[in-house]
Design a protein around this ligand. Structure first.
Ligand code: NAD
Length: 274
């Protein structure tokens, strides 16, 4: 399955990064983005996954994410998520995921860096241009942490007022203090990644002896750079994907197949785990 020298290096690895993309959740019934039947074959990202789209039609974007969130709520971790969680019983594992579906945490993985956020963690929609337009001098809202107009913010509103908010059908919720609209906590196209999460992920990659890249087309930067960075640092890099990617030829070993089928075999072969 994998070359002997690679097996030995994996066995000896003290710190492992498992880097995942949408493919790891495919067998939980969640669509990927770029496959022939993926989300972007049916929807235009410009219309649902950009700040401009939300600004133009917040209710349309909210409803689209409600549908995705409902599908994700109905999903369960599959054998791949469970195997990754199990691995942390025998070796230090950091999961770096591009997924927003929470399935690694549900499976029991303890250290998970969510590069593209989490669909269920709502946050205020921040429009910096509007907030600072016409010489306005906004403050940070004490309830949602978005921008608030100091003249109109309701200082009696409290964080408790937004505790029950969730990504469910209905009008897009607003912050009771400043009026900001709430949005899903994912990273959209044309947005920066959370610098703290990115930093933590780079640190984990720089410290790892081995990186297992599972179910990512490696098309989205800066996330896609992680396996290559590990290779540059002389870590063992194993890819698990049914389709070839830009990494396939460069990885220490490439295992072709579905994550839920390959990962359980891999941890049994290398670490004797069932
Ligand atoms: P992608 O759609 O670009 O690529 C998916 C990859 O998974 C492909 O290389 C495909 O060959 C592979 N794959 C398909 N079935 C697989 C299986 N059973 N086992 C293993 N691999 C399989 O997804 P990506 O690379 O993660 O792209 C990044 C973007 O996708 C991110 O922005 C991320 O936020 C987003 N995304 C997340 C979810 C989720 O949270 N579950 C779902 C869709 C997209």
């Amino acid at each position: 399955m994998i070359p002997k020298n690679c097996l030995d290096r994996l066995k000896e690895a003290r710190r492992i990064v498992v880097f995942t993309g949408a493919g790891v959740s495919k067998e939980s019934g969640i669509s990927t983005f770029r496959d022939a039947h993926g989300l972007w074959a049916k929807f235009n990202p410009e219309e649902v996954a950009t700040p401009a789209a939300f600004q133009k039609n917040p209710q349309f974007v909210w409803d689209w994410y409600v549908e995705r969130a409902d599908a994700i709520r109905a999903a369960e971790p599959n054998a791949a998520h469970l195997t990754i969680a199990r691995l942390s019983d025998v070796v230090e594992v950091t999961v770096i995921t591009q997924n927003v579906d929470n399935l690694h945490q549900l499976a029991g993985s303890r250290i998970v860096h969510e590069l593209h956020g989490n669909i269920f963690r709502l946050k205020p929609f921040v429009d910096e241009d509007a907030a600072f337009a016409d010489g306005k001098n906004p403050i940070v809202c004490h309830v949602c942490n978005g921008y608030a107009d100091p003249d109109t913010v309701d200082s009696y509103a409290s964080k408790e007022d937004i505790e029950g908010l969730a990504l469910v059908a209905g009008p897009v919720p607003r912050c009771p203090a400043c009026g900001s609209l709430f949005r899903p906590g994912v990273t959209w196209f044309n947005e920066m990644l959370d610098p703290y999460v990115l930093d933590a992920a780079f640190n984990a990659v720089d410290a790892c002896d081995a990186l297992i890249c599972v179910g990512s087309s490696l098309e989205v930067q800066p996330a896609a750079g992680m396996p290559y960075r590990a290779l540059q640092n002389d870590a063992v890099v194993i890819e698990v994907n049914p389709e070839p990617t830009g990494l396939t030829e460069r990885a220490t070993a490439s295992l072709q197949g579905s994550a839920a089928e390959i990962l359980p075999k891999l941890i049994q072969t290398v670490w004797g785990l069932k």
